[in-house]
Design a protein around this ligand. Sequence first.
Ligand SMILES: *Cc1c(COP(=O)(O)O)cnc(C)c1O
Length: 452
Amino acid sequence: MSKRMQCTRRDFLAAGGGIAATMGLFGLNVGNIWSQTTTSSKPAILGGDVRTLTGARSWPILEGSEEERVLTVLKSGQWCRSGGAGIDLEFEKEYAEMLGAKHCLVTNSGTSALVASLAALEVGPGDEVITSPYTFIATVNAILMHYALPIFVDSDLETFQLDAGKVENAFTENTKVCMPVHIGGAPADMGTILPLAEKRNVPVVEDACQAHLGKWGDRYLGTLGTTGCFSFQVTKNLSCGDGGAIVTNDTTLSNILYDCHNNGRGNIDSLDFRFHPLRAANFRMPEIMGAVLLAQIRNLQGYAEIRNANGLYLNSLLSKIPGVYPAKIYDGGTSAWHLYMFRIVPEEFGLNRDKVIEALAAEGINSGPGYGAMDWVTYVRQTYSTPAAKRVYSDKVLDDWSERIVLSNNEKLCSQAIWFTQDMMLLPRENMEIIAEALTRIQKNAGEIANS
Ligand SMILES: *Cc1c(COP(=O)(O)O)cnc(C)c1O
């Protein structure tokens, strides 16, 4: 803090902006004057002024009714869901209706939503699941939990999504499920993927864990496939700490999903503990989490609109900067903006990605490099190196598999990507300009930064 203030003081003297800066130190809103006096100044990493983003609130943001709703559940004594009634069920109805899905089932995480979906679709050892390499590790773990083989389709550098043009080649007679990820909350190319899967009768599980209220055309993500899986982990756009949901329009499957998340026991509130012949687990969501979600969901739509307006605005600003490429959204798609993602092309920008992140941090703007180029092939090989796994996956099978996995674009993407988190897309609009100005300043002084 003291360093920041020294910095500020030196710069306002240099810029002759004494009054504005003094007011700024006292927390008065002088954003406009302030940014005008400093737009042409040096990047903060070269000793220039630091502009903090305005109006930040820490995530998660309370909606207001959480406390009362949680207390009601506490006092009711119904802490665990029962099939026929309760807060989880109330939330499921509301979320399904919001998305336009027939059924919704809440789970205790997004990961377990994915695991339960694959269980309900009877994915097992030797099966192949087509998916994206540019994703959170849970997507892949859900496949490995069933001892299936993830078939990674390389990433599309422009959109950061899996390259739908390469999906057709990924199908074999062993393909059991196609599991696209809507990374960042923006849609994968469902217009290409869905017909390919349909033609082969392969179910589609959408990993929509980042994509609450993202859209493909006028349909919400998660409702286009056989199932759609959501996460309510605390960083996600809708959250209760930890939680998840599966949506589907298939009524038979929705009953199987219920069994899969309830140790094979059906949607019954009974003392029938006789044998239930289904390989399943306990993925139930505690009712208290349902209460938090019922409060949080009140803000979901409004926040989605703010994120979308800011995200699109920031896209328009950043795409003017040489070497900066915001992730494109497929025509007709709407992002949930769980992540604001862009690429730095070092030859055009003048700095590499990591240096840009450092320079942004100096400006008071938090960003991150996102997913590292996970060595998925080594990870899967290690996972299946046990004697038991070897009975299904011989060296030959794994060698053939690894030859099919080409991830050169993904590696490039992982070396060039920068992310902002969804809460930054909730800031007042002028912050998008502050971010763009900072990045512009950094780019214009790239040579000097590189040599500093
Ligand atoms: C968060 C996330 C998951 C897993 O969700 P959890 O609730 O953390 O288990 C899966 N896939 C993607 C793409 C995610 O971002």
